[in-house]
Ligand binder design. Structure first.
Ligand SMILES: [Zn+2]
Length: 581
C-alpha cells in the first residue's frame, strides 16, 4: 500500500492511529509471561554459507497467575521462523521485527504464537520449532548508540564463517529462542536488567543441543566444536569426508548462557586447564596453561577443588572482548604476558571451583581471587595498586558529594544493583576488606560452607561469614551489601604525642569518618626508625580514637593503605606536631 502525499490527509492519519491503537492492543503482550524450561535442539552449522539451521522441541511454562493463550518467541533478526507446531498441528503465529538490544543486530524476529488452548498458571506446553538464517558480524546495536565501529566490532564479534565460528548466547546473539521485554542500550542498565531477569526466570531450565557441521574435506586440520556446559565433541568419518559434531547439555540456564565455538584448534592440556588455541598461538597457549598451573593451588586453597575442568578457547581477533560462561573462557590468546595470563587464569579457575547465583558473590570472589594472585606473586603493594585501579570506577559511581537517595539505597545495593561494573569493582573491594577484617582462615571457612542451592536469602552469605567471627558485622553488611550507603571519607581530626616515663611516646589519634559508610581502616604511624600500623573500626559519620605507644618520635599519620574504597583520599595524611616539654 502506498500513500500519495495528497491522499495522506488528516482522515488517513486518524485511520492510521485507530489501526495503531488496535494493533497496540493486540501486541500489548506480556512478553515474559512464559519462560522456556526445556530446549532440545538439533543445529546444523554451515560455515561456508554462514548459516545456522535449528529444529527441535521447547517447553514453555506459564509463569503468571492467569491462563495464557498467546506466547512470544524471539530469535535474532537475521534468522527466520520456518514452523511452529504443537503435536502434529501447525499453530498460528504472526512474525514481526522487534527493535531490541538483546541481539547484536539490535533487532529480534518475534513470533507471536496463538496457542491451541489456554495454558493454566504454572502449566506447560511443548512446541516443535524450526528456524534458520545467517549469522555474520553485526554490531548495529552498538554503532547506533555511537560506539566507534572498531570498538563495536571488538565487542560484538559473534559470527559463523569457514575460518572460525563462535556464538555467545542470550545478551549477544539470540541463536536459540528467548522471550523478553525490549532491551535498550541507550537506557542505562536496561540490557543488564532484562538479562538478569531472563537468567532468573531460566534458573533450573535445561538445554540439550546436538551440533552438526558438514564435510570439511581439504582442511588441513579437523575443526573442533566446543560448547559451554557439559559436552562431548567428535568427528565422524565417512570415506574421506569428515563431519565434526558435538553433543552439549546444560542443567541450569540460570548459571551459564549456552555458547559454542568451532575452530581449527590445537590443544594444550594440563591438569588444571585445557587450552584450545589457533595454530599460530602455541606459545601463548603454553604460557596460559603454565600460568593456570601456577595459580591452581592458591585457588584450590581458597575455593576448593574444581567442580569442572576449566577450558580456554582462542578468539582470532586479538582485540576481541573476552567472554566467560561458567568454566569456559573465550579469549584471544595473542599475548603471552605471564601476569595477564595469571590474572585471567585466577578468575577462570575460581569459576571452575565455586559458583553462586549472586553476582556480588560469584564475580566478586573471582575478581578477589585476582587480587590474591597478585599479592602472592608480587606482594601486598601490587595488590593494593590493582584495587586502586578498579576503585576509580567505583568512586565515579559513588561520589559521596551526593549521598545516595533513600530509594536508591536498596536499588543500588550490591545485592540488587543492575550496574555490573559497580557490582564487580565494589564486590572485589568488599571481599578484600572482609579478608583484612577476619583473616584468611575464617574467610576460607565461610566460603567453604557456602552451598549455592541453600542461598535463598540475601543474608545467607553474610550469616556464614558472621558465624566465623565474634565480631558484629551487621553494620558492615548494611553499609556495603544490603544497602548502598556510598563510601567512607576518613580524616585525622587531631593527634597528640606525649613522652612517657620510659622514653617512648604515647600518641592519641582521633579519626573522623565524614562519609556515609563505615569501615575498618589501617592507620600507619611513621616515626623515627620505622612505622607501626593499627586497624581501627569507624562507623559512618562517627569518630574513633586510638592510643598507640611508639618507640620513636611520631612524625606522620597516614590513614588507609588503599584497601578501603574512600571518596576523598586527599585528606588522609597528618603531620604530628612535636610534643611539648
Ligand atoms: Zn567472571
Amino acid at each position: 500500500m502506498r500513500f500519495s502525499r495528497k491522499k495522506f490527509g488528516l482522515r488517513t492519519l486518524w485511520f492510521l492511529c485507530a489501526l495503531c491503537a488496535s494493533a497496540m492492543n493486540c501486541v500489548a503482550l506480556d512478553r515474559e509471561a512464559f519462560s522456556i524450561t526445556n530446549y532440545d535442539l538439533n543445529l546444523q552449522i554451515e560455515p561456508e554459507q554462514h548459516r545456522l539451521g535449528a529444529r527441535g522441541k521447547i517447553t514453555l511454562r506459564n509463569d503468571t497467575s492467569t491462563p495464557q493463550k498467546v506466547a512470544v518467541l524471539q530469535i535474532s533478526s537475521s534468522l527466520d521462523w520456518r514452523s511452529i507446531r504443537v503435536g502434529d498441528k501447525a499453530v498460528q503465529f504472526v512474525r514481526q521485527p522487534l527493535t531490541s538490544d538483546m541481539d547484536h543486530t539490535g533487532s529480534l524476529s518475534e513470533a507471536i504464537v496463538t496457542l491451541p488452548q489456554d495454558v493454566a498458571p504454572h502449566g506447560t506446553i511443548d512446541l516443535d520449532i524450526a528456524y534458520e538464517g545467517v549469522i555474520v558480524v553485526d554490531a548495529t546495536r552498538l554503532t547506533r548508540v555511537g560506539t566507534p565501529e572498531q570498538m563495536a566490532a571488538n565487542a560484538d564479534w559473534d559470527h559463523i564463517s569457514p575460518e572460525f565460528s563462535a556464538l555467545r548466547g542470550v545478551g549477544y546473539v539470540a541463536w536459540y529462542p528467548i522471550a523478553t521485554e525490549v532491551a535498550n542500550l541507550s537506557e542505562e542498565e536496561s540490557l543488564f536488567e532484562i538479562l538478569s531477569r531472563w537468567k532468573a526466570r531460566e534458573a533450573g531450565s535445561h538445554m540439550k543441543l546436538s551440533f552438526h557441521s558438514p564435510d570439511l574435506t581439504g582442511e588441513p586440520m579437523t575443526s573442533v566444536m566446543l560448547c559451554s556446559g557439559r559436552g562431548i565433541p567428535g568427528v565422524t568419518r565417512e570415506g574421506t569426508a569428515k563431519f565434526p559434531w558435538a553433543e552439549c547439555s546444560f542443567d541450569d540456564l540460570g548459571r551459564s548462557a549456552p555458547s559454542f565455538a568451532i575452530g581449527n584448534y590445537a590443544v594444550v592440556d594440563r591438569p588444571s586447564v585445557t587450552v584450545y588455541h589457533l595454530p599460530a598461538r602455541a606459545v601463548a597457549a603454553e604460557a596460559y596453561a603454565a600460568a593456570a598451573e601456577t595459580v591452581a593451588p592458591l585457588i584450590a586453597d581458597w575455593f576448593g577443588v574444581p567442580r569442572e575442568k576449566a577450558r580456554t578457547a582462542d578468539l582470532p581477533d586479538p582485540d576481541a572482548a573476552p567472554f566467560e560462561s561458567g568454566a569456559l573462557l573465550l579469549t584471544p590468546l595473542s599475548s603471552a604476558a605471564p601476569s595477564t595470563a595469571g590474572l585471567a587464569a585466577a578468575h577462570q579457575l575460581t569459576h571452575a571451583s565455586f559458583f553462586s547465583p549472586r553476582t556480588w558473590i560469584n564475580e566478586g570472589l573471582a575478581h578477589f581471587a585476582q587480587v590474591l594472585y597478585l599479592e602472592q606473586q608480587r606482594g601486598r603493594q601490587a595488590a593494593l595498586e590493582y584495587l586502586a585501579a578498579h576503585r576509580s570506577a567505583l568512586s565515579a559511581a559513588e561520589s559521596s558529594a551526593t549521598p545516595p537517595r533513600s530509594e536508591d539505597e536498596a536499588n543500588h545495593s550490591l545485592i540488587h544493583t543492575a550496574n555490573e561494573e559497580l557490582s564487580r569493582s565494589k564486590a572485589m573491594c568488599v571481599w578484600w576488606m572482609l579478608r583484612d577484617m577476619l583473616g584468611d582462615v575464617a574467610l576460607k571457612k565461610a566460603v567453604a560452607a557456602y552451598k549455592p542451592e541453600q542461598d535463598k536469602e540475601p543474608s545467607y552469605m553474610p550469616l556464614l561469614i558472621s558465624a566465623q567471627t565474634q565480631r558484629d558485622l551487621e553494620w558492615f553488611f548494611d553499609d556495603w551489601v544490603y544497602r548502598d550507603h556510598g563510601l567512607p571519607d576518613f580524616k585525622v581530626e587531631s593527634a597528640f604525642a606525649h613522652k612517657t616515663m620510659t622514653n617512648s611516646y604515647l600518641l592519641t589519634v582521633t579519626i573522623d569518618n565524614l562519609g556515609t559508610a563505615g569501615a575498618e581502616v589501617p592507620v600507619t604511624i611513621r616515626m623515627n626508625g620505622g612505622e607501626i600500623t593499627r586497624r581501627v573500626e569507624i562507623r559512618a559519620r562517627s569518630k574513633g580514637t586510638i592510643r598507640i605507644e611508639t618507640p620513636g618520635l611520631p612524625q606522620e599519620i597516614r590513614i588507609n593503605d588503599g584497601s578501603v574504597p574512600e571518596s576523598d583520599l586527599t585528606n588522609n595524611t597528618f603531620k604530628v606536631e612535636r610534643p611539648q616539654g
